[in-house]
Design a protein around this ligand. Structure first.
Ligand SMILES: Nc1ncnc2c1ncn2[C@@H]1O[C@H](COP(=O)(O)OP(=O)(O)O)[C@@H](O)[C@H]1O
Ligand SMILES: [Mg+2]
Length: 130
């Protein structure tokens, strides 16, 4: 349940690095942000400045290399899963061999496999599409 008195998202000193050693790229470097219910926010910057990575961190689609984040206003599931955040991707992200329902189901299936709910050892049903 959404609680209007708490932020939807809170992030402190978020970093997301790609690569390693002298090839490390910090897509996001020490970003701190609080988003309240009803906020309308524009993230602007040059191409490659980290906008998409920041949004992915805020939506729970990427894991920060360091820093803290939480979704206090979205309820308190045990793992603080921000499942109720929707993301409209910039690039096409639907799999054409799947119908609409299967495309919607796919992230849920991936999530349950990641959590080990399907320990059958079989290939997941969507694997032939990838
Ligand atoms: N998965 C990735 N692997 C390696 N580098 C990445 C990855 N995603 C983003 N980057 C790099 O991080 C930086 C920020 O990218 P991005 O968040 O897509 O910026 P923007 O959305 O502002 O264009 C860029 O230098 C980009 O090349
Ligand atoms: Mg982008």
């Amino acid at each position: 349940m959404t609680t209007l008195t708490e932020p939807v998202f809170r992030g402190q000193l978020l970093r997301r690095a790609y690569g390693s050693g002298n090839r490390t790229v910090y897509a996001v470097h020490n970003a701190t942000a609080t988003v309240w219910p009803g906020d309308r926010i524009a993230v602007t910057g040059a191409s490659g400045s980290g906008k998409s990575t920041l949004l992915h961190l805020m939506a729970g689609l990427e894991t920060p290399t360091s820093g803290n984040r939480s979704w206090p206003g979205l309820g308190r599931s045990p793992d603080r899963d921000p499942a109720s955040i929707g993301v409209a991707f910039q690039a096409p992200s639907l799999l054409s061999p799947l119908n609409v329902v299967e495309n919607v189901e796919l992230p849920m299936l991936l999530k349950s496999y990641r959590r080990g709910r399907h320990a059958s050892g079989r290939s997941p049903p969507w694997s032939t599409c990838m």
